[in-house]
Write a protein of this length. Structure first.
Length: 590
């Protein structure tokens, strides 16, 4: 279905969604009306000037030119310039306000789209929708809309006046109009195809740049600069080729308009000269004819640009509308969760991603309130997916997750997530200060005492106090200025400040050195007190004291119990525990 939309012949049949999208931004009708009125007034003045010029030429003597005529002409020119300037400014204002409203609507939408959307859409393409596609809409309104309306008025007014002056010459001149349209319309269609391809290629190139620059350390560590340079160069080359195609079409449009204008000028000058010689036409009328001819020919090129830009804008809004129509998370529907200190029950939960691969199969167990439940198992067994279901990033394909006796989807998403503290393996940070990162996502005011208490319980105050700017230290993009252990402790401080009733720890110490791990483990002990805790761990030494350990293999539970029980009854758990214990002894021995 999508392929058909992309390959359909460009036309104006799909303008309604574009119009509805623009209408939804509620642009200022008054400003738009004033801008168009100014443009139309400018055009009307330009239609009067040739007639004034005709009278001036026909009765041109120094004695007949009055100061009043000269003053009137100057006033007309100045008024035309002022009206044109006001029109351009107001149209830019309307265009910018429409784009701002579109971007705000898109940004709001992007923040409430489910995680599944981002699994299937590249970040660079999404950014391109937000910046490049909305910019195309602004260009149409700010730069081409007024030209379209004034062009129509200019052509109608010029043709009507010319028919009044000399209908025979007018009909001779109008023969060139269908010829111009026959040449320019196919070029406009070609421009549409090129422009749409250029937009797609720009989105693709933005994706490459976003991916490479956000992981520049990986690029450098793997000596992948030549590979990424080649990939970027291909994108730049594609953009260059599309730019050349666009330039070729524009190079044809300009000279063709000039060619048609010159031919018409020669024809009108020759034919008009003959009629002036016979007395059927005055010299002033011939001059007026030439001026009106210019006012007819020039809008034809503007029409081509308008319809090309309109097609580009409709192509851009197709993608914007597609994003806006994506199903989104509903944060408010459901009951407000007041107390999450209840058992969490998973009842025959199954889940598969869109590719059909089954990740969880008939998973059933209970997470006791206020206790620690650990999830262990080999990579790819479904541990992280289980966390994602508990966070309600995805919905189970089958089965049910309950808090007490209530399915968790009966609670509003906002109140459910407010009860959960999540500390991941990466402990992602945002660019900003340490203070901003610890307080991130918390809507209530945070006192300095609360902030420092959370940092102290997370053992983060030890390194924060040593920094020159303390809590106002900039952490860099994704926290690159801090070590892994420091980032983890800030993540724990953030969770402590959130004061959740349910705590989820995803490999929280797996990437740390032994010294950092000890400190982070102490911080986690402070965080876990009195909370329902679910832990994912590869290092079994971190979960041996858990109240319950769940062993997952290929999406199924193959073992459940305490460390001692599983060590006695589960062969793979015993093997993993023995290997890790042996490795730990070797490390200690060295």
């Amino acid at each position: 279905m999508k392929e058909q939309t992309t390959n359909q012949r460009p036309g104006l049949g799909n303008w309604r969604p574009f119009y509805q999208l623009i209408k939804a931004t509620k642009p200022s009708k008054m400003k738009l009306g004033i801008a168009l009125f100014m443009s139309i007034a400018t055009t009307v003045v330009s239609l009067v000037i040739p007639m004034f010029t005709k009278d001036l030429v026909d009765s041109f003597t120094l004695s007949t030119i009055s100061q009043g005529q000269i003053a009137l002409l100057m006033i007309a020119f100045v008024a035309q310039a002022i009206a044109s300037g006001l029109s351009i400014y107001l149209l830019n204002h309307v265009g910018q306000s429409i784009v701002a409203a579109l971007r705000e609507r898109l940004w709001k939408k992007l923040l409430v789209l489910p995680v599944a959307y981002y699994d299937n859409h590249r970040t660079g393409e999404t950014i391109s929708r937000m910046t490049n596609d909305t910019g195309v809409v602004r260009g149409l309104i700010s730069e081409h809309l007024a030209n379209f309306f004034t062009g129509i008025i200019a052509i109608i007014g010029s043709v009507a006046t010319l028919l009044y002056l000399d209908w025979q010459m007018t009909l001779t001149m109008l023969i060139a109009v269908p010829l111009s349209i026959a040449i320019l319309v196919p070029l406009g269609r070609q421009m549409y195809k090129i422009s749409k391809g250029l937009q797609d290629e720009t989105a693709s190139f933005t994706t490459v740049m976003n991916q490479v620059l956000s992981e520049v350390r990986l690029v450098k560590a793997q000596n992948a600069e030549p590979h990424e340079y080649a990939a970027g160069s291909r994108g730049i080359g594609n953009l260059f080729r599309y730019g050349l195609k666009e330039g070729r079409v524009q190079a044809m449009i300009g000279p063709l308009i000039s060619f048609v204008l010159m031919v018409l000028l020669v024809v009108i000058m020759g034919y008009g000269g003959m009629r002036v010689a016979t007395g059927a036409l005055s010299a002033g009328e011939l001059v007026a004819f030439i001026l009106y001819l210019v006012q007819i020919i020039m809008p034809l090129g503007q029409f081509t640009q308008f319809f090309t830009q309109l097609q580009k804008a409709m192509g851009a809004t197709e993608r914007i509308i597609a994003t806006l129509e994506e199903p989104e998370e509903d944060h408010e529907t459901g009951r407000t969760l007041e107390n999450a200190a209840l058992p969490i029950q998973l009842d025959k939960v199954g889940f598969a991603y869109e590719n059909g691969e089954r990740i969880l199969d008939q998973v059933s167990f209970t997470i006791s309130a206020g206790k620690v439940t650990a999830i262990v198992g080999p990579s790819g067994s479904g541990k992280t997916t289980l966390f994602a279901l508990l966070e309600r990033f995805y919905q189970p394909a089958e089965g049910e997750i309950r808090l007490g006796h209530d399915p968790i989807d009966t609670f509003s998403l906002a109140s459910w997530r407010s009860k959960i503290g999540y500390v991941s393996q990466e402990s992602p940070l945002i660019a900003g200060t340490i203070r901003e990162n610890i307080c991130y996502g918390i809507s209530r005011p945070i006192s300095e005492a609360e902030l420092k208490q959370a940092a102290a319980m997370a053992y983060a105050d030890q390194f924060i106090d040593e920094l020159p700017d303390g809590y106002d230290t900039q952490v860099g993009e994704r926290g690159v200025k801090l070590s892994g252990g420091q980032r983890q402790r800030i993540g724990i401080a953030r969770a402590l400040l959130r004061d959740p009733q349910i705590l989820m720890l995803d490999e929280a110490t797996s990437s740390l050195d032994s010294k950092s791990e000890i400190i982070v483990q102490q911080a986690l002990q402070n965080l876990m007190k009195g909370r329902t805790t679910l832990v994912i761990a590869h290092r079994l030494s971190t979960v041996v004291d858990a109240d319950q350990i769940i062993f997952l293999e290929k999406g199924k539970i193959t073992g459940m119990g305490t460390h001692e029980q599983l060590f006695e009854s589960h062969d793979m758990y015993k093997e993993l525990a023995s290997q890790q214990l042996l490795m730990k002894e070797k490390v200690q021995a060295t």
